[in-house]
Ligand binder design. Structure first.
Ligand SMILES: [Zn+2]
Length: 124
């Protein structure tokens, strides 16, 4: 009787693929929403939204898309999952809740606004 030993995958490989899938899906959904919102903004009736609301919503979406793209770039560069401030590993639970996170919780608390400070939105 022989026993086949399966090499376990790298401990972080599977969650990383899951996170990559989450980020890619978010990127696609937000890009689609931004496209539709941009089309709506150009229509005379703007689907019941005023221009200011549309401007805030599109700015919010653009920021989210930028954060998602940044996270995907960090994945390809191999720096994803490490805090940009202290260089410690960001816990998997935090990445699952906010896959675009660039900081661990203690560093985020010290610096609530990150690289994208133009809009009044805390970095998750
Ligand atoms: Zn940190």
């Amino acid at each position: 009787m022989s026993t086949t030993l399966h090499e376990p995958a790298a401990p972080f490989a599977e969650p990383m693929e899951l996170l990559r899938g989450m980020l890619e899906e978010r990127y696609a959904v937000d890009t689609d929403r931004l496209t539709r919102m941009t089309v709506h903004a150009a229509l005379p009736q703007q689907f019941g939204r005023d221009m200011r609301t549309l401007a805030v919503q599109t700015a919010y979406l653009r920021q989210g898309i930028a954060e998602t793209a940044h996270a995907l770039r960090r994945m390809s560069e191999g720096t994803y999952g490490r805090c940009v401030d202290c260089d410690k590993a960001i816990p998997l639970g935090r990445l699952r809740a906010a896959p675009q996170a660039t900081r661990c919780v203690p560093c985020r608390r010290r610096k609530p606004y990150g690289a994208f400070t133009a809009a009044a939105r805390p970095v998750r």
